[in-house]
Structure formats: C-alpha cells, structure tokens
Design a protein around this ligand. Structure first.
Ligand code: 4AD
Ligand code: MG
Length: 482
C-alpha cells in the first residue's frame, strides 16, 4: 500500500510544495471542489482541492460524507481562510464508498442517544474522536505519572474469588451448565465442580491484591477493568469501568489525600498541554449546545475555564462530621429541598455532594473520616474524637463539580485484631480473606490507597454529560451491544 502521511504530522510541520498522500474520511464536500478530510490523527481537517475538470463525475459523486478516500497531491499554502495549507489533488482513490442514502449518520448534529446505538460509526464524529483521543492521553499520562514517581504497575486479576468491596455486586464467572447444576447432598450448588473448584466472579476492585504489592514493592498501582452488577441506571455508572488504584506502604490518609489531589491536577494539566485542540473543540460544542438552555441550566463555567479553575485552587478538605454540619445549616436543608435525610451516620447522597462542591465551596472537596457503619471492612478505624458522635474510619472521597465522587480511598486497617473483629462484625467469612489477614500478621505496615474512576475523570475533562459517551463500548443494565 502507498505510504501516507498523517494529517497531524502535516499540520505540525508542513513541507510546502512537496507531494504528499493522505488517507481518511470525508467530513464535508463543498461546491464539488473542496473536501474536508479527517484521518483521526487530529481534531483538524485538511482541505483538499479537487479541481473538478480533472476528475470524472463518477468519482466526484462518490466523495460523500464519511466515504474513505486516498488523495495524492501538492501541499500548498492555502489562499482561503480557515486553514494554512491545503492539498491540490492530482489523484483521488475511493477506498470505501459510503452511500449517503443508507449510511446511518448524517452530516448534522445528532443526539448522543442515537449515536450510542451507532457505536461502530460514532468515533468518526468530531466529538467522539476528540473524546477518545483525550481518553488515550489520560491513560498514557496515568502510566507516566506513576512511573515517574517510582510506583510499579501491578496486574491485579480480572477473575477472583473475593468481593473486595464486600458489597455483593459481582458478576459470577462459571463454566457450569446453568440448566443442569451439580448439587451437594444438601441440595446446594456444588461450586467444587466448577472450573476453579470454587465460586468465582469478575473483580470489583484490584485493591486487595494491590495491598499485597505495596507490602512488598512499597508503591504500586493497578489500572484495569472492574465490574459491578449494581443496577444503577445513571449518567455516572457503568457495569464495566476502568479503575486506577495506587497503594502505598508507609502512608496515612493525609499522604493519600496529597497524592489524590496532585494526581488529578496532573491529568488535567497533561490534557491541556497535549490535547488543546480537542479540549477547545469540546468547549465550543458545549457552549453551542447550552445556547438553547435557560441561563440557570447552563454550566457556571466553560470547559477550559473549569479545568484551569480546578488546577489553580487547592481542594477543600473537610471531615464527614463537618459536611453534616454544613449541610444541616444550608438553605436547601432548611427549606426541605433535599430528598434524602442529612443525619450523622447516614451516607451522603449525590444531592448533598453536589451542594458541597457546587454551592458551598465551588471547587473539588475531599471528605474524610466517615462513619464506619456504611464503609468497607478494610478501612482503618479512627480513635474516638471529641465532637464526633460515633465510630469513624479513615476513608476519603474526592468530589468534583458536575460529577460527584471521582475517587474513593482510605488508610487501611493494618492491625490484625481490629481487622478481624471488623470482618466478623460485617458477617464476612474469615476464610475468604485468610491471605488478606496474614498480610497483617507477618510484616505488616501502615498503608493507604485509593481508586480513581477512569471514566468519571474522562467525563470531567471532556465535559461529556453521560458516562456512556466517554467509553467506546459502554456496558450498562440491559445493554451490551457491540
Ligand atoms: O469508591 P469505590 O467503590 O472504591 C473502591 O473500589 C476501592 N477499592 C478503591 C481503593 O481504595 N483502591 O470506587 C472507586 C471509584 C469511585 O470513586 C468512582 O469514581 C468509580 O470508582 N466508580 C465507578 N465508575 C463508573 N461506574 C461505576 N459503577 C462505578 N463505581 C465506582
Ligand atoms: Mg466510593
């Protein structure tokens, strides 16, 4: 196949008056002469001038929206406005026709819901190509961030026997014949007959294995897919999402919060420095979309402005007990506008988190020291504190504007006896966690870590309002097409 140059390379360093070949998909064809070509390497299209005398009508007819073409010609300075360079086509080949009568996409604004049903074509649109390039950049930046700071990438398993969150929201993995399950004498399903000789599930988190890594390598992180069978049909939940879980030995909740804030800011800065054109395009798209909304429904800031604002300000750090006090003194609470109760000992709901982030502090907030009653078994029990009505654990959630929780983490319970009694109190079978307990018995250390929801961060940085639009192939209740 003929060698082609990527449009990003041409635009970054145009070699005027040389012959080049480009290949890509037609975004627009004006006046039977000007083609806007995009090859996915950049947000920007390259203009191709097809002198219509030179090309057969038959060929020109096939240059339609999203048809795939190869163009060879001279790269010249453009006289038109809107672009610095263009190609004077001498040869055009149709690589893949795209009949506009039957092609599902149209060269106009289409709803996100519709595009979700066309996940095989949506990456060709300007919005989705920008989102997926940024998603890539963030994934790359994550590895760079941890590598540069001496963390080791640990591959936690995808199939496991443990429920890391103790929440029971797991997808079972089995090779048993579901229509003819083996039974024990007592009539229960005999998991010993299953592939792994025990019951197994897709992981909900790599944390427990990351703790093994941290207690040997010092600092590790995982970055992989995680699975939750929670029936949450919201713009923030996926059944399959990616999580980044750093875990550090010799670290407490304060060091953990410092890392979380620094890490979030690094990713935002990386995208502004490396994907500026894509951010600008998404920013413009949002502004356009919001024109039709009443003023009070519009976002308080543009996308780029919001990203810079998060970079320029310290995250607010408060305790759960502070959060309850602030919420109970708030206008919406006094006017009875919260749907869920605000009471010490009850979990914060999305509406409460949004109030704290968007109304009270107007910036990211880290809430720590939650009541132990609704938090996971592995979180470290705090000493009693004056003014705090019940037992708390060294948990932390990072809350972001427009998104809510992007990070959940904690200092881990490193004291064998305390952990063991917590496991018992929560009704978890000790045998399932035998190795986790042994980590405390033999050479344990104080340690801490957190999990960043990758798609939620991509959502924040791209400004997309639904999490299904920042992952190429979303998995949600009743939906696993593609
Ligand atoms: O708060 P979570 O459940 O914490 C854990 O899994 C810990 N084991 C992490 C750790 O300490 N190593 O999940 C972490 C983050 C959440 O803050 C959220 O951003 C994201 O994962 N998340 C989801 N993202 C998309 N869809 C879902 N269903 C999610 N559930 C959690
Ligand atoms: Mg959480």
């Amino acid at each position: 196949m003929k060698k082609r140059i990527e449009i990003s390379a041409i635009l970054a360093n145009p070699q005027l008056d040389t012959e080049v070949t480009v290949m890509g998909w037609v975004r627009a064809f004006r006046n039977n002469r000007f083609i806007a070509l995009n090859d996915g390497s950049t947000q920007n299209n390259l203009q191709i001038v097809a002198d219509n005398e030179q090309f057969a009508e038959e060929l020109l007819r096939k240059i339609s929206f999203h048809a795939c073409i190869a163009v060879t010609g001279q790269l010249t300075a453009s006289l038109g406005s809107g672009q610095a360079v263009e190609i004077q086509a001498s040869h055009i080949e149709i690589l893949g026709e795209c009949n506009p009568e039957s092609y599902p996409l149209q060269p106009k604004r289409q709803t996100m819901e519709f595009l979700r049903s066309k996940a095989h074509f949506r990456p060709r649109t300007s919005t989705f190509s920008a989102v997926f390039r940024i998603r890539h950049a963030i994934a790359f930046a994550i590895h760079k961030y941890y590598n540069d700071r001496g963390f080791y990438y640990l591959h936690s398993p995808i199939i496991t026997g443990s429920d890391a969150e103790g929440a029971g929201e797991m997808f079972r993995v089995t090779t048993l014949d579901v229509e003819n399950l083996p039974r024990t004498e007592a009539g229960e399903i005999d998991w010993k007959e299953d592939f792994f000789g025990r019951s197994a599930n897709l992981t909900v988190s790599g944390q427990l294995q990351a703790e093994i890594g941290a207690l040997a390598l010092g600092k590790v992180y995982t970055f992989g897919p995680t699975f939750r069978a929670e029936n949450s049909n919201t713009p923030r939940h996926l059944a399959e999402f990616w999580m980044i879980e750093p875990e550090m030995a010799f670290c407490d909740i304060y060091g953990n919060m410092d890392l979380a804030e620094d890490f979030c800011k690094y990713l935002i800065r990386y995208v502004l420095d490396n994907c500026y054109d894509d951010v600008a395009a998404l920013d413009a798209r949002l502004k356009e979309e919001e024109k039709s909304l009443p003023a009070d429904k519009r976002r308080p800031m543009g996308l780029e402005e919001q990203l810079r604002f998060v970079l320029d300000n310290d995250f607010e750090r408060i305790t759960y007990t502070d959060a309850i006090r602030i919420l109970q003194n708030s206008k919406p609470y006094k006017k009875g506008q919260f749907e869920f109760p605000v009471e010490w000992g009850k979990d914060l709901q999305a509406e409460h988190e949004r109030f704290l982030v968007e109304k009270e502090f107007k910036k990211p907030v880290i809430v720590r020291n939650y009541p132990k009653v609704f938090k996971a078994f592995y979180m470290r029990l705090n000493d009693p504190e004056p003014g705090v009505p019940g037992d708390t654990v060294a948990a932390m959630d990072v809350l972001f504007p427009g998104i809510g929780e992007v990070i959940g983490g904690s200092q881990r319970e490193e004291r064998y006896d305390v952990l063991r009694s917590r496991i018992h109190d929560m009704g978890i079978h000790e045998e399932e966690l035998w190795w986790y307990l042994e980590l405390r018995k033999f050479g344990g250390a104080p340690h801490a870590g957190f999990g960043l929801g990758f798609e939620r961060m991509v959502q924040f940085i791209t400004g997309m309002s639904n999490i299904r639009d920042v992952i190429p192939f979303p998995r949600t209740p009743k939906s696993a097409e593609f």
